[in-house]
Design a protein around this ligand. Structure first.
Ligand SMILES: NC(=O)c1ccc[n+]([C@@H]2O[C@H](COP(=O)([O-])OP(=O)(O)OC[C@H]3O[C@@H](n4cnc5c(N)ncnc54)[C@H](OP(=O)(O)O)[C@@H]3O)[C@@H](O)[C@H]2O)c1
Length: 203
């Protein structure tokens, strides 16, 4: 297998050496020093050589991307067309001094979006009670939400009228319906993202 190494530092240097010693053709590239790349290739063995990022990616079956993420744009620009090639990367969004992750270390965009959705869902879930007190146009939406029926069931319990199992049953059925819909949406979105190359595979 031909493997191009884009970024020949700690990760690229070591992994490229392991690949070469396992018998793969390896091209080390992207360093401040061409001598360092040549030395790496000599140490890695007969199947390794030094080159430019364009050399490393040309004819490669797979490319290892191992640069600080601030160098990604530059190295990819130098590598040229990578269409159709397998790209494996260990690059992480680290700060300039590599001490901390600069994105995705505390929360996710999806999580922030999910919290925002609550502000729409909750007012339609029986906070304005009964549902008939809502504007006519909003009532079908409220009735389609499992939370409306779950709250209705619990409201009966709090009022001392016992648990309304019918309302709870509707809430459960709607929850299952939404879960199926969400699963279908997720699978469909992932297929589209993969087809268009919009997500990176980390495993
Ligand atoms: N090290 C780890 O334990 C580890 C673990 C997991 C993930 N990672 C991630 O993997 C990626 C690579 O890490 P690393 O530790 O291998 O980094 P590194 O040792 O700093 O290697 C980066 C490579 O890019 C080259 N480079 C940087 N700027 C350049 C420029 N302007 N022009 C030409 N070459 C340039 C460096 O050149 P020189 O050869 O001249 O230095 C070096 O060969 C990072 O995103 C890091 O966060 C690292």
């Amino acid at each position: 297998m031909r493997i191009g190494i884009l970024g020949s530092g700690l990760m690229g240097g070591k992994l490229g050496t392991l690949f070469a010693r396992a018998g793969h053709d390896v091209v080390f590239s992207y360093s401040h020093s061409q001598d360092k790349l040549k030395k790496l290739a000599r140490k890695a063995g007969k199947t390794a050589r030094a080159g430019t990022p364009a050399d490393a990616s040309r004819d490669a079956d797979a490319v290892l991307l191992a640069v600080h993420w601030s160098r990604l744009e530059d190295v990819l620009h130098q590598a040229g067309d990578l269409k159709g090639k397998v790209i494996v990367t260990c690059s992480l969004p680290m700060s300039e001094n590599d001490s901390t992750l600069v994105i995705a270390h505390a929360s996710s965009g999806a999580e922030a979006l999910a919290w925002g959705v609550m502000f729409v869902v909750m007012p339609l879930s029986g906070i304005f009670y009964p549902v008939e007190s809502l504007p006519t146009v909003l009532q079908p939406i409220a009735l389609a939400l499992p939370t409306t029926h779950a709250f209705a069931a619990l409201r009966g319990l709090v009022d001392g009228n016992g648990l309304d199992w019918a309302q709870l049953g509707i809430a459960a059925a709607e929850t299952v319906g939404f879960a199926i819909l969400a699963g279908w949406f997720l699978v469909r979105s992932l297929r589209i993202f993969r087809r268009r190359g919009l997500i990176t595979r980390f495993t």
